[in-house]
Design a protein around this ligand. Structure first.
Ligand code: ACO
Length: 311
């Protein structure tokens, strides 16, 4: 029997091997990968804004150096991810323009404001903690370049999570006012962090097919539950209360039960109506326009270098 391209693709998925850029793949697989990788890349780049705003107001040189490094890492993650999308035939400029035009999404979490320095800690603890929970399994994603990019990203995310938690432990050992800031930031970021995992499984149109293709390894609800189970003991150690009266250990399930998420809020934020959507996209548009001369100069330099190499 002739081994068709499609059979080769199916067998690669079935044997849990990686699809590489040169391999044939169904259009729907390619489009799903581009969609997910582009959204992920956009999230990293837009995600520089909520924390970046605190770089000039960091409370010490040490905190400033840590935050600068972290925000630079996010830029790096965006670049690896755009490169991974390019291996599928996507064009980076086109992806950016789609983001700015509101035709591609980025994570809902980055549409919430950062009101105090405790937010930097809570973003590291909860947002990067949720990102790790979601992304570690993606190191085994079926698309090779994405899976490999994810290995390095996860190592750096884990540093980000620790710096956030360490910042919060420091504040928790400080004054009453500092402890109150930590609690307030936790109250504001807890529910939006749970929303990062996406809609519930029965309202997630992409999960079933993405799981069958090995693009996703776990469902949204499974990862959300893992995150809750991992985070509750960390909150106890920190001495903060998670803002959910229904949160309690369920000995039968061996997991924590938790309250109902406000799915209308997630839908509104995804549709562009969150507290900071307009500001985030506008800032991204400005940065893209202001960076045009850098892109032109880099392209001119590359052309000149190529001519030099030929001559
Ligand atoms: N924010 C914005 N959009 C979301 C979110 C969210 N938190 N959750 C789901 N959506 C969108 C999906 O992109 C999809 O829209 P689309 O079909 O127009 O693209 C729609 O809501 C329905 O959701 P699902 O069917 O569940 O979509 P999917 O299977 O892609 O799962 C998920 C969503 C879990 C976010 C997945 O894409 C994923 O794991 N992505 C990689 C990780 C990532 O992008 N992380 C970014 C934030 S972490 C960080 O940068 C620190």
């Amino acid at each position: 029997m002739t081994d068709t391209l499609e059979q080769h693709f199916d067998a690669t998925i079935e044997h849990d091997r990686r699809i590489e850029p040169r391999d044939w793949m169904p259009d729907a697989y390619r489009n799903t990968m581009i969609r997910q990788i582009a959204q992920h890349a956009h999230s990293e780049i837009i995600g520089m804004q909520p924390e970046g705003t605190w770089i000039t107001r960091a409370p010490s040189l040490r905190r400033k150096a840590i935050l600068l490094a972290k925000v630079q890492d996010e830029a790096g993650h965006g670049m690896y991810l755009y490169s991974a999308a390019e291996t599928l035939g996507a064009d980076r400029t086109d992806l950016t323009e789609r983001l700015i035009a509101g035709r591609q999404k980025y994570s809902s979490i980055f549409n919430y404001p950062t009101l105090t320095y405790a937010d930097v800690g809570v973003i590291g603890w909860l947002v990067d903690g949720a990102a790790i929970c979601n992304q570690v399994p993606l190191c085994r994603s079926s698309y090779g370049p994405y899976a490999r990019a994810m290995v390095r990203i996860c190592k750096e995310e884990s540093f980000h999570q620790r710096q956030g938690y360490e910042l919060l432990l420091t504040m928790a050992a400080g004054t009453d006012a500092q402890r109150a800031m930590v609690q307030d930031a936790t109250n504001r970021f807890w529910w939006p962090s749970l929303m990062m995992f996406g809609p519930p499984d029965d309202a997630s149109p992409n999960t079933e097919r993405s799981m069958a293709w090995g693009i996703k390894r776990h469902t949204n609800d499974e990862l959300r539950q893992r995150f809750v189970d991992m985070t509750v003991p960390q909150a106890e150690k920190l001495g903060v209360t998670l803002p959910d009266p229904d949160l309690r250990w369920n000995p039968e399930r061996g997991r924590y039960d938790f309250g109902t998420i406000d799915w209308d809020e997630l839908t509104a934020v995804i549709k562009g109506n969150g507290p900071c959507n307009a500001q985030r996209v506008e800032r991204r548009r400005q940065a893209h326009e202001e960076g045009a001369w850098v892109r032109e100069a880099a392209a001119a330099h590359a052309r000149k270098a190529a001519l030099g190499a030929d001559g």
